[in-house]
Design a protein around this ligand. Structure first.
Ligand code: TYM
Length: 333
């Protein structure tokens, strides 16, 4: 089993990232003690596909390394690194660019959303973004890729690229399987139950950041958009109530129980009663993570050393597949 996944070091780690992906990374790491390898990386090369400030990117890279470690990624057991220190990612991207089709990339919803109406003004990197993402996982022969729902389409594209390359040239890549948590695949904004919780949301009230303090968490939950009805006693009663559904989903994921169990306990309650309970559960989950985060962030040298040592291991694992790709394409080196 080869587990590979990444996160962009832009902005804060939020509850959607944590419940949709990172918690699964930690669980996979913990269950794999000797039967496989986990590689987790900061997708800093992806981060330059949108306008960015270099100093902020450098800071966010270290913060994200600290945040992942605080969530339970153990650099002694998992390979933790940033893409920019492993040039094989960018190299393989170019080799795969001959296989990826314009039509495939044109259909990517993230491209359509982020480029919006201004396609002519979008960066080339934003368009080819999914090819780099394919390189990220194919480079390591990934078998399992734990991600939230929104990344499934990119993973399907990675499979298409791998399949076409294997057929056109030589059997080179394993086909990666996306692993999406059934319960928390898509955590929604606290201000709009139809929009996903996102780092790029203009309103900070829309998301819970893993570094928010107790008061802020309680305030964000209190102010979260809801409807005037009490909670139903079964999930069917959440139909057409996206904000209520989102809060129940978050509660269930945090408590590690089903939405049915949440409603069996809290059905009939109004949000005035339910929200403080949810807030407490959030605070309980975040408190140890944010304490550890602050501690880790104080030692920048230690974080740099973690990333450098992870990158050295990643480069070593990347070389055989990259060599095989050059060979399959008839490129003489
Ligand atoms: P990114 O940085 O946007 O998000 C990191 C992970 O968090 C998940 N996620 C969510 N899950 C549930 N609900 C939400 N509201 C939510 N928001 C984010 C994402 O699905 C993701 O798993 N392109 C990727 C990074 C990447 C990558 C890769 C991932 C680069 N290369 C290779 C996997 C494999 C991204 O921008 O994720």
């Amino acid at each position: 089993m080869r587990v590979v996944s990444g996160i962009q070091p832009t902005g804060n780690l939020h509850l959607g990232n944590y419940l949709g992906a990172i918690r699964n990374w930690v669980r996979m790491q913990d269950s794999l003690s000797d039967g496989g390898t986990c590689l987790f990386f900061l997708a800093d090369l992806h981060a330059i596909s949108m306008p960015h400030d270099p100093a902020a990117l450098r800071r966010a890279t270290l913060e994200m390394a600290a945040a992942l470690t605080a969530c339970g990624i153990d650099p002694a057991r998992s390979i933790l690194f940033n893409q920019a220190q492993v040039p094989q990612h960018a190299e393989l991207q170019w080799l795969l660019a001959g296989t990826a089709r314009m039509g495939w990339l044109n259909r990517m919803t993230q491209w359509k959303d982020k480029a919006g109406k201004n396609r002519e003004g979008a960066s080339v990197a934003l368009f080819t973004y999914p090819v780099l993402q394919a390189a990220d996982v194919l480079l390591y022969q990934a078998t399992h890729v734990p991600v939230g729902e929104d990344q499934k389409q990119h993973l399907e594209l990675a499979r298409d690229i791998a399949q076409k390359f294997n057929t056109d040239f030589a059997e080179t890549f394993a086909l990666p399987e996306p692993i999406v948590p059934p319960a928390a695949a898509r955590i929604m904004s606290l201000r709009d139950g139809l929009a996903k919780m996102s780092k790029s949301d203009a309103s900070d009230m829309a998301r819970i950041n893993l570094t928010d303090d107790v008061e802020l968490v309680m305030q964000k939950v209190k102010k979260a958009k809801t409807d005037p009805e009490p909670l139903p006693s079964e999930p069917a009663g959440l139909a057409g109530r996206p904000e209520a559904l989102n809060l129940v989903t978050i509660y269930a994921a945090l408590a590690d129980i089903t939405p049915e169990a949440v409603l069996a306990e809290h059905g009939g309650q109004g949000f005035g009663t339910f929200k403080p309970r949810l807030g407490e559960l959030l605070v309980e989950t975040l408190r140890p993570i944010s304490a550890r985060f602050t501690e880790l962030l104080a030692d920048q040298h230690a974080l740099d050393a973690i990333l450098a040592s992870g990158a050295a291991k990643a480069r070593e694992l990347a070389i055989p597949t990259l060599d095989a790709t050059y060979r399959a394409l008839g490129l003489v080196r």
